[in-house]
Design a protein around this ligand. Sequence first.
Ligand code: FER
Length: 280
Amino acid sequence: MKKQLFVVLCLLIATGSTKAQTGQAPVGFDEFNNGIAHGKLDTITYDSKTVGVKRHAVVYLPPTFKKNKKYPVLYLLHGIGGDEFEWLNQGHPDRILDNLYAKKEIKDMIVVLPNGRAMANDRATGDIMAKDKVAAFANFEGDLLNDLIPYIEKSYPVLSNRSNRALAGLSMGGGQSLNFGLGNLNTFAWIGGFSSAPNTKMPEQLLPDPAKAKDQIELLWISCGDEDGLLSISERTRDYMIKNQVPHIFFKEPGKHDFKVWKNDLYHFSKLLFVKNAKS
Ligand code: FER
């Protein structure tokens, strides 16, 4: 009996240390939990001068949201096969963040889930790799900066300065986040690319003035699964940051190109957001 207990304890300790080494979020981090407070989801419609149509996004408000407080904002972007509901349906950021709030492990923030395919028909249908559809992901820069952010800032109680804006995304959305984030450091100080796609600019274009960027970046997060065919893009970006001494976090984790990896990324990334001196 005593021996059995000893074996069980050893197994528990071994499992715990493996998790720490691999950076896996704790079991249940992405599960709906009935016994805790939940955030609120809104769907919004805004006028896009960039695209010339009304566009849609989803907004997650933290469980303790109050209109008379002001919040930092994370803009969280989807991949090439997704839309404004992709994160919600497959990544469950609401559950992940609700659970983190219950443990008081993240700062209060509003999360905006936009549609990053900035064209009139922004559904992920037909040939999602078509030239015009891929170009629409680049076109989203104007929509985000000139249409969506101003709409959010007049509709919600938010802190509207660079140190209270974060931009992150998965795959195509990771490339967008690195391109638009590092390209607009006057707007964003917290930037995350999860398994970033080939739309990521070449490093010298991405960050032509690394010396200046060093002072501006609060957090630059670059992550990818070790079995992802796109890993070399994250490594290319990381190598440039190392060469130019730009502080960043490079998080290589077990996994492929899927939501198992991206949920884990969101868990870890969101814990660093809006915490001063998060950059390593
Ligand atoms: C590509 C490979 C992958 C590409 C985009 C992706 C535009 C995007 C993948 C995703 O968002 O999941 O060559 O070119």
